[in-house]
Design a protein around this ligand. Structure first.
Ligand code: ZN
Length: 251
């Protein structure tokens, strides 16, 4: 094909794509929007924010640990409520606090990768992203004997580069349900964390909390209220992998 033909083919493809998108969503009015929507849809397929909705299950997740001061207390509350959760750990914290990480694993919770140093994916090269993920994976494997299969990008940022890095791997990219971002790292107060989570709780939610944040860890006290209440409402607590497993069974 010469260049002219290629351009013509491209134009036809774009026209077909535009027609489909206009047909599906009449509110789209510019070419830029079309491109945004296409790329948004591609990315949305790659990241997980919620699980199945036909069963009363919820996945509770904790970011930025482990930390010897807070994580064991989180584990206590989980154990008292017979709840399994997922911990997205930083490689550097896992390295510093390996005993705490091992305790997380021994109590039956899932461990996910949250990068080594809480790197900003949007500003990082593929090489940096790759090394942040692999370094953390090696540390987790050395301590627990298991490689994580879930990656949660710091700040919930993701990019084409991240998708490229993870393309050949078994990693799934896990974010959180939009209504279940507790913002606990910002110390909104235990009552606000509890209210936000309980008033929004729905089947298949992925709740975001932190077992490490600068200052106090409000998630511990909040969990003491949230878990018994959700249990009373009939929810059970699963790891993210268990939630995804239910998803495939439902297909
Ligand atoms: Zn984080």
């Amino acid at each position: 094909m010469n260049n002219n033909t290629i351009v013509k083919v491209l134009i036809v493809i774009i026209m077909i794509l535009s027609t489909i998108i206009f047909w599906k969503d009449k509110s789209i009015s510019s070419f830029k929007n079309i491109i945004d929507v296409v790329s948004h849809r591609v990315e949305e397929k790659e990241v997980i924010r919620k699980g199945i909705t036909y069963e009363k299950v919820i996945a509770i997740t904790f970011d930025d640990g482990p930390h010897p001061r807070f994580t064991p207390k989180v584990l206590d509350v989980l154990r008292e409520n017979n709840a399994k959760a997922t911990f997205f750990v930083l490689g550097k914290h896992a390295e510093w606090y390996s005993k705490t990480l091992l305790q997380v694993k021994e109590e039956g919770h899932e461990i996910g990768n949250h990068s080594y140093s809480h790197v900003d994916i949007k500003k990082s090269s593929e090489e940096v992203i790759k090394s942040e993920i692999e370094k953390t994976q090696d540390i987790i494997f050395k301590i627990t004997g298991e490689s994580p299969r879930l990656f949660r990008p710091p700040f919930g940022f993701y990019s084409e580069k991240l998708l490229n890095v993870l393309k050949e791997s078994e990693y799934r990219i896990i974010l959180w349900t939009e209504t279940q971002d507790s913002l606990d790292w910002n110390h909104p107060g235990v009552d606000n964390i509890v209210m936000k989570i309980l008033s929004n709780a729905q089947n298949g939610d992925i709740i975001l909390l932190h077992d490490y944040a600068e200052g106090e860890c409000e998630a511990i006290e909040a969990l003491e209220i949230i878990l018994p209440e959700l249990k009373k409402r009939g929810f059970s607590f699963v790891t993210v992998s268990e939630l995804l497993e239910l998803d495939t069974q439902g297909d």
